[in-house]
Design a protein around this ligand. Structure first.
Ligand code: ADP
Ligand code: GLC
Length: 485
């Protein structure tokens, strides 16, 4: 019998995406299927999602879900079941999933995602005819209340099924004021340090972490790092108290979407055996970004422009990057000051630095296929996916040694080069001087073509598919089902 898992998240590729969470949630059903898991994904019915699913059947209705009417729509995500919470009062608005088009969070996010969690908990608990689940898997704070409701709501609303709380980013916790508590519909007993209460307010992520049978995060190193205050961001104590109930399972990549041999976005497809063809993508990319073509390395960045990603540090290192013969193409959006900083750098170095702001999936593929090296100088990085795409595409990652970046890139130190296992460059401590030194190492290696090719090939040969991590999640679900009486 297949294990039935309900995976609840606020984003999923190809329906709605603001970051790596969507890639992972969208890829998990396929990743789990070979391991005997039937995964159903549940997402909110934002306008883009409702448009993508077209006409769909309602399989359940709530006259009032924390104050707004809602329906559950049944649709498909590829081969798999998809459930969409259609609640116009919460989700029928312009802007993004979490805020308006100016980037301000919606003031009622607490109610929107509490309602989403409440609906998922009802579903997990068997309230919807014809739907039964063995495990509830919630991703990030937006889905965390699903687990909290299964544990803290009074019977019969509580559901005794095992649950997994996956933390994709500890920096986003869903913390709200105490005035929100009465509207959540939880008993007073849930207002406690082992419930939803957190420093006098409500924390959705903390509640999910307290209630979950198991907590996972998206790399082993990040699972260890969040035991410390610097990375745990206030929740390190809770992580420590959950002991061996915290695991790190590294993300994979969707190798159907990210394969340089078949990628329709590329000017020229290429592979391990046809690596020479890559240069055509580089020339196309230079033209697209109006960069001077030359023999030096072309560095790329595909990122949210945010403090987490160390983009301010990169701005400090841009003059050095250009000074040692590098060029830089940036695709990103986010912080207005950082965007302005990159535009200023491009103005200072015409033909050497070029910036595209906004979100462009196809361009991100062309950059991985044509750039020589991708820069990921993150201050913290739970997993990171762009370095994995870079590895698969022969775009050598230059990364800070933290979180998933530490786990997925093998630094080209002397020993690794001699052993023939290096896949990129790592540096310690996110500072301009450390990044400049890493850039200098990258440029030096680039000018030793045999070594550079070996590094590219090692990355392209490495297996970052979901095979191993899919099995790890399947084993985890099986363990939880076995332990649950
Ligand atoms: P995070 O989720 O913290 O932003 P990840 O590296 O896990 O970081 O995932 C980011 C995802 O978003 C990747 O799929 C990356 O290619 C994509 N991405 C980020 N910024 C852009 C952009 N401006 N245009 C297109 N894709 C982007
Ligand atoms: C978060 C993290 C990123 C991770 C992604 C998917 O957005 O910032 O490191 O890769 O989730 O798990």
């Amino acid at each position: 019998m297949k294990l039935r898992v309900l995976s609840v998240a606020s984003e999923a590729v190809p329906l709605v995406k603001t970051g790596g969470l969507a890639d992972v949630v969208g890829a998990l059903p396929d990743a789990l299927a070979p391991h005997g898991v039937a995964m159903t994904v549940m997402v909110p019915g934002y306008p883009a999602v409702l448009k993508a699913i077209g006409k769909a059947r309602a399989i359940h209705a709530w006259p009032s879900l924390l104050g707004e009417p809602a329906r559950l729509l049944a649709a498909r995500l590829g081969e798999h079941a998809l459930l969409v919470l259609d609640a116009p009062g919460y989700f029928a608005r312009g802007g993004g999933p979490y805020g308006d088009s100016a980037g301000h969070d919606w003031a009622d996010n607490w109610r929107r995602f509490a309602a989403f969690g409440r609906a998922a908990a009802d579903l997990a608990g068997g309230a919807v005819k014809g739907k039964r689940f063995d495990v509830l898997h919630a991703h990030d704070w937006q889905a965390a209340m699903a687990i909290a409701y299964t544990r803290f709501a009074p019977p019969p609303q509580a559901a005794p099924l095992p649950s997994v709380m996956t933390i994709h980013n500890m920096a986003f916790q869903g913390n709200f004021g105490p005035e929100t508590f009465p509207a959540l519909g939880l008993p007073d007993a849930a207002w406690s340090i082992h419930g939803v209460e957190y420093h006098g307010g409500v924390s959705f992520l903390k509640a999910g972490m307290e209630a979950a049978s198991m907590i996972t995060t998206v790399s082993p190193t990040y699972a260890a790092e969040i035991r410390d205050a610097q990375f745990g961001m206030g929740l390190e104590g809770l992580i420590l108290s959950r002991g061996d109930r915290v695991r790190g399972i590294v993300n994979g990549i969707d190798t159907a979407q990210w394969n340089p041999e078949t990628d329709p976005a590329l000017a020229t497809t290429f592979g391990l055996r046809k690596l020479d063809r890559r240069i055509r993508n580089k020339r196309a990319l230079e033209a697209e970004f109006a960069l001077e073509p030359d023999e030096g390395p072309l560095f790329i960045v595909i990122s949210r422009l945010a403090w987490q990603k160390g983009m301010d540090v990169l701005l400090e290192a841009v003059d050095h990057l250009v000074g040692i013969g590098g060029r830089l193409a940036v695709l990103g959006s986010g912080d207005a000051a950082l965007e302005a900083g990159f535009h200023a750098a491009a103005a200072r170095h015409p033909g050497r630095v070029s910036v595209r702001t906004g979100y462009d999936e196809a361009l991100s593929h062309r950059m991985q296929g044509g750039g020589d090296a991708i820069l990921v100088p993150s201050r913290f990085e739970p997993c990171g996916l762009t370095q994995l795409y870079g590895l698969a595409y022969g775009c050598v990652p230059v990364v800070a040694r933290t979180g998933g970046l530490a786990d997925t890139v093998i630094d080209a130190n002397l020993a690794a080069l001699q052993a023939g296992v290096a896949t990129g460059i790592q540096f310690d401590g996110v500072s301009a001087s450390a990044l400049c030194a890493a850039l200098s190492r990258a440029v030096a290696l680039y000018h030793r073509p045999e070594q550079w090719r070996a590094i590219q090939r090692n990355g392209m040969k490495a297996d970052f598919s979901w095979n191993r991590s899919g099995k790890a999640y399947a084993d985890l679900y099986a363990q939880l089902v076995t332990e649950t009486p």
